[in-house]
Design a protein around this ligand. Structure first.
Ligand code: XUL
Ligand code: CO
Length: 435
């Protein structure tokens, strides 16, 4: 039986580029074959439970603006109503996946035993809905940053009891993710970092975080969870400095603790911007190490300097993102999770639908442009030409040589490199032909 929350809103259809409807797909056609595969299977869209159903619209200057029938979120009956509405939205949008934190789906009880039993109860309920609808879980995760117990960090907290609470919480969330057939488990270290070095032993905290993640990996193997374990980089906010600063920092961390073959990265557009990178930079860093796991798709405002988590709407940016994803072999077991929220004035149910539909369309359009660039091969050809010199026997031999021998060759052959154009504008013009 319908909750009535989305009354008057029909299941969205693909209507093509000429559609003028606010509630239709113009570019996302799940069945369209691109590069030999259905678009739905390439993009693997997921809806984030937290922004759409748990967030109440507050900001640092004002409280709730999104008044929903499942608020306040402190009771199991309302948690079930929230799940009913969520599944109605998944159906309207025809999205194949969703993602959650424990705190999004169950009421907060303030103690571990009750948090665990309500998590188990609500994930049984959600599991039945997944069975009935074919909806799939892209990933589960633990919210270890909202409740005040986490204010000094979770696995990096100076208090060993908080470390213990975190370990028990992650175990419960991994069990629930496994039960629901989740394809990944994510750890974003919201408060795994510091506010001031005056009270922080960074080396000890990093060792604890490394040990914690090793326990997560051990537990994954113990329960036979086949999904990927992913860490999600972000440089700051809420912490002043977060240890998982960006992709490169995470990769160094994973190597230090011997986890480079066990853990991959969940990369988010807005977090890349906060770290002073483009999203494609983060994708390329992860891909170069074979560690691209999944993406959180959103957009940060370029003027405001914090994590605005807006829906993506910049096709050229998204096209370059997917270009690097396709070059890396695609999203694999990962997906495109909309870690994005409506603005706090967007208070109507239709805003929830239109925002996701628009985001899916922008991704589809960017993805198709990326696929066209890959198929055309122009960027790859330019890259091959630029590095062609390294295909000569002398150049290849040089990498196994030494400074003195190279110096002799430079003197004897009179090597004097001729500058060559980087052709940046020509390549930018090339990309503009596709987007
Ligand atoms: C916060 C953020 C999180 C993670 C999951 O910026 O991105 O929602 O994706 O904890
Ligand atoms: Co995220």
């Amino acid at each position: 039986m319908s909750t009535g929350f989305f009354d008057g809103i029909e299941k969205l259809a693909y209507e093509g580029v000429d559609s003028t409807s606010d509630l239709a797909f113009r570019h996302y056609n799940p069945d369209e074959i691109v590069m030999g595969k259905r678009m739905e299977e390439h993009l693997r869209f997921a809806i984030a439970y937290w922004h759409s159903f748990a967030w109440e619209g507050g900001d640092p200057f004002g409280g709730q603006t999104l008044v929903r029938p499942w608020h306040p979120q402190d009771d199991m009956g309302r948690a079930k109503m929230k799940a009913d509405v969520a599944f109605e939205m998944f159906d309207i949008l025809n999205a194949p996946y969703f993602c959650w934190h424990d705190a999004d789906i169950r009421p907060e009880q303030g103690n571990f035993a009750d948090n665990l039993s309500t998590l188990n109860e609500i994930t049984d309920y959600i599991g039945e809905k997944m069975q009935a609808t074919g909806m799939k879980l892209l990933w589960g995760t633990a919210n270890m940053f909202s409740h005040m117990r986490w204010m000094g960090g979770a696995s990096t907290n100076p208090d060993p009891d908080v470390f213990a609470f975190a370990a028990a919480t992650v175990k419960g969330c991994m069990d629930a993710t496994h039960k629901l057939g989740g394809e990944n488990y994510v750890l974003w270290g919201g408060r795994e970092g510091y506010e001031t070095l005056l009270n922080t032993d960074m080396g000890q905290e990093l060792d604890h975080m490394g040990r914690f993640l090793s326990m997560v990996v051990d537990y994954k193997h113990k329960i036979g969870f086949k999904g990927q374990i992913l860490v999600e980089p972000k440089p700051q906010e809420p912490s002043k400095h977060q240890y998982d600063y960006d992709a490169a920092t995470c990769i160094g961390f994973l190597r230090k603790y011997g986890l480079e073959n066990e853990v991959k990265l969940n990369l988010e557009q807005g977090h890349a911007i906060l770290a002073g990178h483009s999203f494609e930079h983060e994708i390329a860093v992860a891909a170069s190490e074979g560690m691209l796991g999944s993406i959180d798709m959103n957009r940060n405002d370029y003027q405001s300097g914090w994590d605005t988590d807006q829906f993506p709407n910049n096709v050229p940016e998204v096209a370059l993102t997917y270009y690097h994803i396709i070059q890396a072999g695609g999203l694999g077991a990962g997906g495109t999770n909309f870690d994005a929220k409506i603005r706090r004035q967007s208070i109507d149910p239709i805003d929830l639908i239109a925002s996701h539909a628009g985001g899916m369309d922008v991704c589809a359009r960017g993805f198709k442009a990326a696929a066209a660039m890959v198929e055309d091969g122009g960027l790859q050809k330019a890259l091959d030409d630029r590095y062609a010199g390294w295909k000569t026997p002398e150049a290849e031999a040089m990498l196994n040589s030494d400074l003195a021998s190279i110096s002799e060759r430079v003197l004897s052959d009179g090597i004097n490199p001729a500058p060559r154009s980087g052709r940046q504008e020509i390549l930018e013009n090339y990309v503009n032909r596709f987007v």
